[in-house]
Design a protein around this ligand. Structure first.
Ligand code: GDP
Length: 297
């Protein structure tokens, strides 16, 4: 799954790094290290991680002649270490457990909710969706279509209805039908950020009144094609919304999958899922080993 999803990033990175090896091997000196750094930066991994990868190679190989495979091996190993995280399964402690999904419009939020719901239904869980983005008719429509495809219930409000009331009704519905998980969509209008944060706060309060410790997960959807911009999207949400994990969407559409490195570093949040395409199956729990290997081979 990661292999096909990371194809664009892998191609870009492989071509770039292979370019450094016009001859048989290369001497690892300042010139080589500078060129390597420039190539790494192009994956949007950011200066910090690129410096670390470069310095690791300097430490291992400075003054020696290396082959492409040495460099790739070293980068893969280091990337794996950087991405390593404790296992981060979804926290679904009770019935129902409540998942809020936040992120800017266009990030892939609705699609990710559809794919995640399908993933959970596939595990035998009963899911209810809540169309909490009541200001975007298209989001409600899209989520309704997903619910029909998956065969799960959905709670919608009137256009412009209070998102918190939709969240409340969604949890109510989940209790009523004995659902395992309620997944609630939220608005993502960054222009009115303070309103948005108040709105998220209200949803949290309403939901926690209904069920102890809810929401159990607040998943932040980030758009991998946005590269470094995904980082500023994330900072807008991470503190205020009390996020518990990240869904990195559209990894397949991006040659900048390296952005996962600064995301992990800056936000101290586990990456729980990655989006690997537009169809319903195209989501996978994140795995650092597989991810790092798929970057190159
Ligand atoms: P929202 O506005 O955040 O709810 O975003 P949508 O879920 O509507 O997604 C925006 C666009 O991105 C749609 O065209 C989706 O099909 C597409 N999209 C979402 N997730 C992925 C993904 O993992 N891979 C690809 N290739 N496209 C995606």
């Amino acid at each position: 799954r990661f292999k096909s999803g990371l194809q664009k990033t892998r191609q870009a990175l492989n071509t770039d790094i292979r370019d450094l090896f016009k001859d048989e091997g290369r001497l690892v000196d300042d010139e080589f290290l500078g060129e390597l750094f420039a190539k790494l930066i192009r994956t949007d991994m950011g200066a910090g991680p690129a410096e670390e990868l470069r310095d690791d190679i300097a430490k291992r190989y400075r003054g020696r002649k290396v082959q492409l495979s040495d460099i790739i091996g070293s980068i893969t190993e280091q990337t794996r270490e950087m991405l390593r995280q404790d296992a981060a399964p979804l926290n679904l402690p009770g019935t129902p457990s409540v998942i809020l999904v936040v992120g800017v419009n266009g990030s892939g939020k609705t699609t990710s909710i559809g794919k995640l719901s399908n993933h959970l239904v596939g595990q035998g869980k009963k899911v209810v969706l809540g169309a909490g983005d009541t200001f975007r008719a298209a989001a409600v429509e899209q989520l309704t279509i997903w619910s029909q495809r998956i065969g799960c219930d959905i709670v919608t409000g009137k256009p412009g209805a209070d998102p918190a009331s939709v969240a409340y009704q969604t949890v109510d519905k989940a209790i009523e039908i004995g659902a395992d998980v309620a997944i609630i969509d939220t608005a993502g209008r960054l222009q009115t950020q303070s309103n948005l944060m108040q709105e998220l706060d209200k949803i949290r309060r309403v939901v926690s009144k209904k069920i102890e410790n809810a929401p159990h997960e607040v998943l932040l959807v980030l758009d991998a094609t946005a590269g470094q911009n995904a980082l500023s999207q994330a900072s807008g949400f991470s503190d205020a919304a009390g996020c518990t994990g990240i869904v990195l969407a559209k990894l397949d559409g991006s040659a900048r999958g390296g952005v996962i490195l600064p995301i992990r570093r800056q936000f101290q949040l586990p990456v729980k899922f990655v989006g690997l395409g537009e169809s319903i199956e195209d989501i996978a729990p994140f795995d650092a080993d597989q991810f790092a290997s798929a970057l190159f081979s």
